[in-house]
Design a protein around this ligand. Structure first.
Ligand code: PLP
Length: 393
C-alpha cells in the first residue's frame, strides 16, 4: 500500500512547539520570574451564562424519552440556521437559512471544503497566512501561490490581474496580521474572482471584533454571491473553542464547472459528517438571542480593551503595527531591525513576555511579531508596561 505522498510535501511547522520549548527553558532557568503569555490564540473567558443554560437544557432533553434527539440534520437544525440568518440580517446582509451549514468549526470547514474542488486548481493564499489553508491544500496535492501582505498594503494583500488563481482564501479580520478589508478592497477581490471563474473561501472567524464601518461578511459586497463561500465560527465570537460550533454559507446560485456548489457541499457533508450535537446547537442558538448577544459582547469588549491597551503602547513607542482595532491581534514590526525569533528571545529574556514570531506564518512575517488580546487584563497591562520600559530605553 501507499500513503498519500502529498504529506511528504508538508513543511513541518515548529512554530508553537518552538515557542513552548523556549518559554519552558526560560521558566526552568528562571523560576522566580513571572512570565506573561501574549502569544495565545485561545480565548480565556468562560461561556456566557445564557449559553451554558441552553446547553444544560439540551443535555437534559437528551436524557428524556419524550425529548430525546438522535442524528441531527446534516446541515444543522433549521432553528439554528434561522438564528444565523437573522444575525446576518442584523448587520444588513441577506442570506437564506437554507444557504447555511452548521458545523463543528471553521477549521474543519476551511480544510474540508477542498473535497469538492479538483486537485489541479491553483490555490491563492495571502502571506502571512493561517497555516490551515496551506497545509490542507498541500495534502490534496494542489499548487499554492502567494499574494503578498506587507507594509505597502497594510498587510492586506490585493489581487494581481496578471496572476490566475482558481481558489482564493481570504481572512478578514486577518489572523495573524489583524488587518481587515474595506468595502472597496474586498470588492476588488470579488471582481477578480468573478472575472477569473475563481471561488473565494472567506474566513470571517473574527468578524465579531469589527468596530469600524467595514464588511462583516463578504456577502455585504456586490457580486459576492456568484463567487464566494463564507466560513465563520463561534470560537472567538462566543468562546466556543472547546465547545465547537461554526457555520458555512453557500449562496444557492454559486455554480462552477457546471455544478451547484451548495449541492456538492451538502453531498460531501452528508457523506463524511454527522452533524453537531443537540446541546451544542442549542447553545449556538442562544448565542444569537438578544440576551446572548449582550452577554457575548461583554466578553468581546474585554478583549477589545486589551487590544486597545497593547495598540496604544505601540503608538507611544512609535512602532509600526496593524490590527488591534477590528481584531484581537496586534501585528508589529520588530524594533531595531530585529528578526522575529531574535525579538522573541529579547522580549522573553528582558521583559519576560511571550509573543508569536511572525515568520511562523509565512515569509512575509519575517521581522514581524504577533501579540494577542486574549489574556487577562491585569497581565496584559503588566506585560505592556514591561514592554514600554524595555523598548523606551
Ligand atoms: N480561522 C481562523 C483564521 C482562525 O484563526 C481560527 C482559530 O484560530 C479558526 C479559523 C478556527 O476556528 P474554529 O475554532 O471554529 O475551528
Amino acid at each position: 500500500m501507499k500513503i498519500n505522498s502529498n504529506f511528504d510535501n508538508l513543511v513541518p511547522n515548529y512554530l508553537f512547539a518552538e515557542v513552548a520549548k523556549r518559554t519552558n527553558e526560560f521558566i526552568s532557568k528562571n523560576p522566580d520570574k513571572k512570565v506573561i503569555k501574549l502569544g495565545i490564540g485561545d480565548v480565556t473567558l468562560p461561556l456566557a451564562p445564557v449559553v451554558v443554560e441552553a446547553m444544560k437544557k439540551g443535555a437534559d432533553e437528551l436524557g428524556n424519552k419524550e425529548t430525546f434527539k438522535g442524528y441531527p440534520d446534516y446541515e444543522g437544525y433549521e432553528f439554528v440556521r434561522q438564528a444565523v440568518a437573522d444575525y446576518y440580517k442584523s448587520f444588513g446582509v441577506k442570506v437564506g437559512a437554507d444557504e447555511i451549514f452548521i458545523s463543528d468549526g471553521a477549521k474543519s470547514d476551511c480544510g474540508n471544503i477542498g473535497d469538492i474542488f479538483g486537485a489541479d486548481n491553483t490555490v491563492l493564499v495571502t502571506d502571512p497566512v493561517y497555516p490551515v489553508y496551506v497545509d490542507s491544500n498541500i495534502m490534496a496535492g494542489r499548487k499554492i501561490i502567494y499574494a503578498d501582505s506587507n507594509e505597502e498594503n497594510g498587510f492586506a494583500a490585493m489581487p494581481d490581474e496578471s496572476v490566475k488563481a482558481d481558489i482564493i482564501y481570504l481572512c478578514s479580520p486577518n489572523n495573524p496580521t489583524g488587518s481587515a478589508y474595506t468595502y472597496d478592497s474586498l470588492k476588488k477581490w470579488v471582481d477578480y474572482a468573478n472575472k477569473n471563474d475563481a471561488v473565494i473561501l472567506y474566513d470571517a472567524a473574527y468578524e465579531a471584533f469589527i468596530t469600524e464601518d467595514i464588511p462583516r461578511s463578504i456577502f455585504a459586497v456586490e457580486g459576492a454571491r456568484t463567487c464566494a463561500i463564507e466560513m465563520c465560527s463561534l470560537s472567538k465570537t462566543a468562546g466556543f473553542t472547546g465547545t465547537r460550533c461554526g457555520y458555512t454559507v453557500i449562496p444557492k446560485e454559486l455554480e462552477r464547472d457546471g455544478h451547484n456548489i451548495y449541492k456538492l457541499w451538502y453531498r460531501r457533508q452528508a457523506t463524511k459528517f454527522n452533524g453537531v450535537s443537540w446541546p451544542v446547537q442549542c447553545a449556538a442558538e442562544a448565542v444569537f438571542s438578544e440576551k446572548g448577544q449582550k452577554q457575548i459582547k461583554e466578553n468581546i469588549s474585554y478583549y477589545q480593551e486589551n487590544a486597545r491597551i497593547i495598540s496604544s503602547a505601540m503608538d507611544e513607542l512609535g512602532i509600526y503595527y496593524t490590527g488591534g482595532k477590528n481584531s484581537p491581534y496586534i501585528w508589529l514590526k520588530c524594533p531595531n531591525g530585529m528578526g522575529s525569533w531574535e525579538f522573541f528571545d529579547y522580549l522573553l529574556e528582558n521583559a519576560n513576555v511571550v509573543g508569536t514570531p511572525g515568520e511562523g506564518f509565512g515569509n512575509n512575517g519575517a521581522g514581524y511579531f504577533r501579540l494577542t488580546s486574549f489574556g487577562d487584563r491585569e497581565n496584559t497591562i503588566e506585560a505592556v508596561e514591561r514592554i514600554k520600559k524595555l523598548l523606551k530605553k
